[in-house]
Design a binder for this molecule. Structure first.
Ligand code: DON
Length: 569
């Protein structure tokens, strides 16, 4: 009897210990490895679409096109056909990294003063809400170019999952319910937007099936006629009709004349890594390069990812880099971008002299170090895909603000971007993200507005090891920089590097932003005592990434700040 009791006691104790170990393991960041393919996006539905394409024999490029269209349906806050973006590719066949620009362009009728009143003041919200805020969309041309250049599956096949999701609907998640409910008022302003997102007076609820018939028809036209299904014919008529009704500027000629551009990626080294990122018209690559190169010589032995001394150094480096962003960068087809000068080691050495390791600098005094040669919300998304052959896509696209211009094209079922706000609508006047700009980024017909999107691929000894990028407006670049530093210098796991609380400085406003709840009072007080104006920001950015280890196994991570998913097989 005693022996039986003892055995029961032993097995209960063992079960209890196993339960505790199990729970503990679950709460640790256990990384799953995959040999055949990996996808990380901001939507579990889009991640499943991408994996399905890979399993059906498509390559990473095919999967990225299918994901791009699927996100336009099931992640409408940022996924789009009415916006634009950038992508970096690693081709296993050539061993090269290439960069595609499918950024929106200003309509031909746009001009430098289009958002100013007769006294030269900025008309509130003119570059943010409605048809006049929209640039000519580039997404459909961009996704088509990816398929044409690198894809292996039929174009139509790549749109089928998105068409089905729009036509028969998908189940609204808690996350989608929350973002839609938060913006319900803004989405109710235009009747055509209300008809999609605020049907019967309420935004869609979690668990409901959300059907978008008009979007399905638009996608069907794109599937049948490729870019013509968007840039000419019925969809184009609907876009131009929407412009005429809502005083917008985009014409048939703007649409049919839209072209993607292949660009040479920004390349620089950081420690033993070769980093490739997006060149202008994104500021992402060059500013990321400045941040990492400026910080590279510092000895990190006394730093941890949370130490005020490290956060201070990071902020000082960003102050310098973002000062250059404001002055020198714009669409390279219109403005001289001194990329070599901005990344020149003698120039960066001289800039580094300004940094005081004990005290915050003063942004008004600092300015750019080169003579002048002449952003946040939630509506960007980044995803990464890798296939068994070793191909990689790192793609960011956006409609700028949450749900873009808040205007749905009547009859076509998709939201238009409000990317025009990324231009400097007036020199020195901050945009949605508090970014200021000058001549290099002033509005001109057919010009591309300066971006912060930073799709990035990192190589080591000639082999890709990391692909990443983020949403977050002006905070995209610091988000990507912090993740690379956390991996390279603090040896954090991919998931921990992404989850680590974020900090951000962008020269102006002269403020050090700390992610709310991420830093204790001692850290904040230390930073304040160094002279920083510290402000807490709610959880921000949304980073998706994948890492490839020496044994070619892949692991992915999706930011818990939104509701994405990384998965593989
Ligand atoms: O291109 C840019 O830099 C901005 N339009 C990105 C906007 C953004 O990231 C908003 N979402 N988080």
């Amino acid at each position: 009897m005693l022996r039986e009791k003892y055995l029961i006691y032993l097995s209960l104790s063992a079960a209890f210990i196993l339960l505790i170990v199990g729970l503990a393991c679950d709460s640790l960041t256990v990384e799953k490895y995959h040999a055949h393919g990996l996808v990380a996006t901001s939507s579990p539905i889009a991640t499943a679409v991408g994996l399905e394409v890979l399993k059906d024999g498509g390559n990473a490029f095919d999967a990225s096109v299918a994901i791009g269209f699927a996100l336009a349906v099931c992640y409408p806050r940022a996924g789009n056909v009415g916006g634009g973006g950038f992508a970096l590719f690693y081709s296993a066949e050539t061993g090269e990294v290439s960069a595609l620009d499918f950024r929106e362009t200003a309509p031909a009728k746009a001009d430098r003063e289009m958002y100013l009143d007769k006294n030269g003041g900025v008309v509130p919200n003119a570059s943010l809400i409605g048809a006049k805020a929209a640039g000519v969309p580039g997404t459909v041309a961009g996704l088509h170019e990816i398929s044409k250049r690198y894809g292996s599956l039929e174009w139509y096949t790549l749109l089928e999952p998105a068409i089905k999701l729009a036509d028969t609907g998908f189940i609204v998640s808690d996350c989608m319910e929350q973002t839609l409910a938060r913006l319900s008022d803004k989405l109710s302003v235009f009747p055509e937007t209300r008809a999609v997102f605020v049907r019967n007076g309420t935004t869609p609820r979690s668990g409901e099936r959300f059907i978008q018939k008009e979007l399905a028809a638009t996608l069907e036209r794109i599937a049948m006629d490729s870019t013509d299904g968007f840039y000419t014919s019925e969809t184009a008529d609907l876009i131009v009709g929407c412009m005429e009704k809502n005083s917008g500027l985009i014409s048939h000629d703007d649409l049919s004349g839209y072209r993607v551009k292949w660009r040479r990626p920004i390349h620089f080294t950081f420690d033993s890594l070769d980093v490739y990122s997006m060149p202008p018209p994104s500021s992402g690559g060059v500013i990321l390069g400045q941040i990492l190169k400026l910080i590279e010589p510092y000895d990190f032995y006394k730093y941890s990812p949370d130490s005020p001394d490290y956060i201070h150094l990071f902020a000082e480096v960003c102050r310098l880099a973002y000062a250059d962003r404001a002055v020198h960068l714009g669409d390279p087809d219109f403005a001289q971008n001194p990329l070599n000068e901005l990344l020149d080691s003698a120039y960066l050495d001289s800039r580094r002299q300004v940094i005081n390791l004990e005290a915050a600098g003063n942004s008004r005094e600092i300015g750019s170090g080169l003579p002048e040669q002449t952003e946040e919300s939630e509506s960007t998304t980044h995803f990464v895909v890798a296939d068994e052959a070793g191909n990689i896509v790192s793609l960011s696209y956006t409609i700028n603000d949450d749900y873009g211009s808040k205007l749905v094209v009547d009859g076509a079922g998709f939201l238009l971007n409000n990317e025009m706000d990324d231009f400097a609508v007036k020199p020195g006047v901050p945009n949605l993200y508090g970014l200021v700009g000058g001549k290099a980024n002033e509005i001109a017909p057919a010009k591309r507005m300066l971006s912060s999107m930073s799709p990035t691929i990192v190589m080591k000894k000639g082999r890709p090891v990391l692909a990443l990028g983020s949403a977050g407006g002006s905070k995209i670049i610091t988000t990507v920089a912090e993740a690379i530093i956390s991996l390279a210098r603090f040896d954090l796991s991919l998931k921990k590097a992404i989850e680590h609380p974020r900090f951000h400085h962008q020269w102006l406003p002269d403020t050090l932003y700390l992610e709310r709840g991420g830093f204790d009072i001692n850290i904040m007080q230390d930073l304040i005592s160094k002279g920083h104006i510290v402000k807490e920001r709610d959880r921000y950015s949304d980073l998706n990434a994948l890492r490839i280890d020496d044994n070619s196994l892949m692991t992915g991570a999706s930011d818990s700040r939104r509701c994405g998913k990384a998965d593989g097989y």
